[in-house]
Design a protein around this ligand. Sequence first.
Ligand SMILES: [Zn+2]
Length: 182
Amino acid sequence: MRLGQHAVVSGVVGSGLWASTGQPETLPIAITAGVLPDADHLLDFYNWYVRRSFDRVILILHGWEYAVAGLLVYLFAFTEPWMLAVLLGYVTQIGGDQLFNRVRPYTYLLSVRAFRRFEVAAVTDWGVTYAYESLVHSLPVFRGRLHAWFETRVGVPPGQRSPQCPEVASDKDSEGIGQLSK
Ligand SMILES: [Zn+2]
């Protein structure tokens, strides 16, 4: 799922929590927990497009294990609305990715990814080479320049587009690529 979609879903859950608990801070906390884990894409993008190493997908903040840990913390340490907001916000992040990204049942199990040495082919059906398309096409600005930069990193010939660029399939370049974001 894209960042904006994560923000909307976690915002809906956070609003429900605010309404049911009367604690307004549950809304920003749920949104933060629902969006922030996607910061881990920076590390993978660094490995892929700066180091040009495409054989691993780490996604260090994506794991159902964190949700289980959060549930235990909520049940046994902090039985308060803010912790429930952390837990449910995070569950919208991982659950949304699990449901709407093209993944295997264990792709978002950190333990399985680690056991399989984070090797792309061993944990997902994605090709990561063109994963930047999703990021680029969710941006309102600098699309062309970023496209060009990423294309030089993955070796798309100048003047061409990667096979997964939505502009190739459609004139409406803001659609059709949601599946790629993780
Ligand atoms: Zn994600």
